[in-house]
Design a protein around this ligand. Structure first.
Ligand code: LLP
Length: 425
């Protein structure tokens, strides 16, 4: 069998019949650590980051990894060591970022529902900026900052009302979404921010959605944000930075989104043409940095042929890989050790007691009970969204770097899950 590279995942390679992550044979990891097992390639993460870094060469730009995509400590550590800041959305993420070695000033805080306690925590630590999402939040942040004797740097997340052409659950920049301040109210909100004590206006922010596979929505959003920058500055409120959010998609199923450097070449051409090329830029990519850097290894438990459908029952489930159930998302599923011979069309499903617990529909596989499968593109929004439904422990995780594999998270036991529960005496 000839070696081939899986699309968008150059560090996951088949050699002979066996799948490798960088220099490590995946079946060896499954044997050593059990399944389900997430395996990440450090080289993939750094390659993905490299595309952004190339796009930003010679520009004033900072990359804040949107850690909600994958917040495992060792993954954060890779990005912290590579010089990234972090985009957080909770006090918990703040603690994780710090534990992984982030500098407080390199942290920005997004999200529509920050609590007073989270604001206090972030101000005490001295984070770089709050991305504020409503006028009500501005008022509360001003009160909290004044009470703490601090000044909060703020950037207002504007809703540019642009269709990102992605799944409705992950579209965020349209009028009907809960996110950001409406385009028409932006100037008024900036004037209020500039007048409130304890706040200093630092920049402007937008994020239009996730898994975006075209340039058009970004270019449209950029135009609308730049119109706002002009209007805000004309009103005497200077903006130090422009934060363009995250959202660039990855190749899950053959649809190839633009490369980060190519997208930014187009965005900078527009910025230069409009005279904004030398501003401080920020971005908040999540999925595009980690999505194709991870796979989930799983064992086939049973083959269950049926009259209408054949089922391939695996030991990973919707609690490990929630994206198919939540967004009807497609993840490629491939054998870890390829077999010669005919394939069978089957639904790949988990053991959870719900029909929604499927990982792939109508997949042509030549596989038997006891075989290993790899669910591809599982680096983003899988482990970070994993749950304990059916009292299933969350999977273990391994980070591969060249020929070296490190266990970065132990498998969660039932005891771990019950740790904070009490029987009534
Ligand atoms: N910045 C903000 C304010 C965000 O809300 C998000 C993602 C990002 C940055 C990073 O977006 P990315 O570069 O990863 O597209 N669970 C869904 C995706 C939810 C995205 C939420 N916000 C999924 O599995 O498809």
């Amino acid at each position: 069998m000839s070696a081939y590279l899986l699309p968008g995942q150059p560090h996951f390679e088949r050699r002979g019949a066996d799948l490798f992550a960088e220099g490590v044979r995946l079946s060896d990891l499954a044997r050593q650590y059990g399944t389900p097992l997430f395996v990440y390639s450090k080289a993939s993460m750094l390659d993905a980051l490299g595309a952004y870094q190339r796009g930003f060469a010679g520009r004033k730009a900072r990359i804040h990894y949107a850690m909600k995509a994958n917040s495992s400590l060792a993954v954060l550590q890779v990005f912290a060591q590579a010089g990234c800041g972090f985009d957080i959305v909770s006090g918990g993420e703040l603690e994780r970022a710090l534990a992984a070695g982030a500098r407080p000033a390199d942290i920005i805080f997004s999200g529509v529902g920050k609590t007073r306690a989270e604001m206090q925590q972030a101000l005490a630590i001295g984070i770089g900026c709050f991305n504020v999402e409503s006028e009500a939040e501005l008022e509360v942040l001003s009160q909290v900052a004044c009470a703490a004797g601090k000044t909060a740097q703020v950037s207002i997340r504007v809703n540019p009302n642009v269709d990102p052409k992605t799944h409705p659950y992950i579209s965020t920049g349209l009028k009907g979404n809960k996110f950001g301040v409406a385009h028409e109210r932006t100037l008024q909100t900036y004037k209020r921010a500039a007048s409130l004590p304890g706040l200093q206006v630092a920049g402007i922010d937008c994020h239009i959605g996730s898994q975006i596979t075209e340039n058009g929505p970004y270019l449209d959003a950029m135009d609308r944000v730049l119109d706002l920058v002009q209007a805000i500055e004309a009103a005497g409120i200077p903006l130090r930075h422009i934060d363009f959010g995250g959202g660039l998609g990855i190749n899950y199923s053959g649809v190839q989104p633009p490369a980060a450097d190519a997208l930014w070449a187009q965005l900078f051409a527009k910025l230069d043409a409009r005279g904004f090329g030398d501003r401080q830029f920020m971005i908040e990519p999540g999925r595009s940095l980690v999505g194709n850097a991870g796979v989930c290894l799983t064992e086939v438990l049973y083959m269950k042929p049926g009259e209408q459908k054949n089922f391939c029952i695996i030991d990973a489930a919707m609690n490990d890989l929630p994206r198919p159930a939540m967004y009807q998302a497609f993840h490629e599923i491939v054998p870890v050790n390829a077999r010669e011979g005919a394939t069978l069309l089957c639904d790949v499903v988990g053991p959870v007691c719900e029909s929604g617990d499927w990982i792939g529909h109508d997949r042509a596989l030549n596989t038997h009970a006891g075989d290993l499968l790899a669910v591809m593109s599982a680096g983003a929004y899988c482990m970070s969204m994993a749950s304990n439904y059916n009292t299933r422990g969350r999977a273990a995780e391994v980070l591969v770097d060249g020929g070296k594999a490190t266990l970065i998270r132990e498998r969660e036991s039932a005891g771990d899950q019950m740790l904070r529960e009490r029987l009534v005496p």
